[in-house]
Design a protein around this ligand. Sequence first.
Ligand SMILES: [Zn+2]
Length: 254
Amino acid sequence: MIDSHSHIYCDAFDADRDEVVARAQAAGVRHIVLPNEGLSSVDRLQALHDRYPDYVSMAMGLHPEEVREDYADALSQLRLLFDRHRYVGVGEIGTDLYWDKTYRKQQMLALEEQLRWCVALDLPFIMHVRDSLDETLEVMEGIHEPLRGVFHSFTGSVADVERVRSHGDYYFGVNGIVTFKKSAVADILPAVGLDRLLLETDAPYLAPVPCRGKRNESAFIPYICDFVARSLGVCADEVSVRTDENANRLFRLF
Ligand SMILES: [Zn+2]
């Protein structure tokens, strides 16, 4: 199993990060992809990668909730990092209009620029979308070169899956939300299909049942894997093998 989206470099893990990594390894998680958040998380992300260079991979980008008036300056600083370090993706990027629509326009411009990085650097995007699928797809329509990437923590409908697909052959990341009682994410799994599905925790958030409400960590991936397997009527091994292949194909990990 691969945790394709985790933030275990953040301060929620400062007290026990090595134990968190050890538990992930013991739980059968063979690799973790770490997307960046903003300028202030770059050093933490790099430090975790320096400590576990073969076990974790980094993606670099500006999270939509980190986009402010000065986003262009932040982007020019982050762009320089791609010349110095190996990143497996551009992320996390996207749009988020759930709490605040103040920077809607800036979020769209920041997303557009970072999608151009994907093209120029031949890297996949890691897309965050919350209450903003229209805006996200509008920006993507402005990019005429082919893109690769994953819509992480995808909670849309089957119709939304088809809308995304009409723009490109993208992957969909599923996390602990799929295990929540009122969640409809399990309903989209057949439409997504095992060949376009990625498993993720989005740690420290969104811990799956039976750990719901606790701090999430990569060692909880098996709960998500098992739930997806039961939903699709296949064995957990198959979900594990197929989603690992997908993550490796998308991020070129191994
Ligand atoms: Zn994230």
